[in-house]
Design a protein around this ligand. Structure first.
Ligand code: ATP
Length: 246
């Protein structure tokens, strides 16, 4: 059984249909990247999976249970964790307090304070510092650590590189590599194609709210993704989506 299944999911902002007819399957421990130009609908899709945005149509199914109308806090308790674009930490709270709040509404499992500090050692010396005083890289690491404290089965990461220095991005991704080895399923929205290809098993490309191509990393090229990304469809573009995902 798939861990996560989306069936014909649609999401709107008022009259604007931002996500349309999305069918997606995610296996246990699978790492999936979603790429696409600005405004393609990636953030809205992640938020709809997390329950932060209401689906206008379709179904979101977690481990066989329909969670389409389950609110975000209950999805977190069921194992769906979102690291939102822009981090959204409690700025006046310390790293420790941000982490403990997340722990209180999540699942039990291997991720606790010690484990996340092991994965993100750059947070250790800043543990008692307020989140608002942290660098962008430290804030991003805290946001991912906070999501992990809920011991998710599926971790949704929205543009973790955004606004970070190259060095900070390297550090965040180095930590991500260690958590990816733990078998948590990941859906990663990432503008940096090379990072996306290096980090995940499969890539889907969105354009104007739809999935317009997909492929397994290792079997597709950067050029194929870029062509699909911009809506071109030459002979060697990514395979067009027919029916449902594998
Ligand atoms: P980006 O990479 O710029 O974050 P994206 O692929 O994540 O883009 P979304 O942010 O999901 O795309 O936006 C999809 C569409 O929905 C865009 O046309 C965008 O302008 C619109 N949109 C997003 N958020 C809102 C909102 N809060 N209110 C109205 N329209 C919105």
């Amino acid at each position: 059984m798939n861990l996560l299944e989306l069936e014909q999911v649609e999401a709107r902002h008022g009259l604007l249909v931002a996500v349309r007819g999305i069918d997606l399957r995610l296996g246990e421990g699978e790492r999936l990247a979603i790429v696409g130009a600005n405004g393609a609908g990636k953030t809205t899709l992640l938020r709809t999976i997390a329950g932060a945005h209401r689906a206008a149509a379709g179904r979101v199914v977690l481990d066989g249970t329909d969670i389409t109308v389950v609110p975000a806090h209950r999805r977190a308790a069921l194992g769906v964790a979102l690291v939102p674009e822009g981090r959204r930490l409690f700025a006046s709270m310390t790293i420790e307090e941000n982490l403990r709040v997340a722990q209180s509404c999540g699942r039990t499992g291997p991720w606790d304070i010690d484990a996340v500090l092991e994965a993100f050692p750059q947070l250790k010396p800043r543990f008692k510092a307020r989140a608002g005083s942290l660098s962008g890289g430290e804030q991003q690491a805290t946001a991912i650590a906070r999501a992990l404290m809920a011991n998710p089965r599926v971790l949704l990461l929205d543009e973790v590189s955004l606004g970070l220095s190259p060095l900070a991005v390297d550090r965040v991704y180095a930590s991500l590599q260690s958590l990816l080895r733990t078998g948590t399923a990941v859906v990663l929205v990432e503008q940096d194609l090379q990072r996306a290809m290096d980090t995940t098993d499969r890539i889907v490309c969105m354009l104007e709210g739809r999935i317009v191509g997909e492929g397994r990393t290792g079997q597709i090229t950067r050029e194929q993704i870029m062509q699909t990304y911009f809506g071109h469809r030459p002979a060697d573009a990514l395979p067009e989506r027919v029916g449902t995902a594998p």
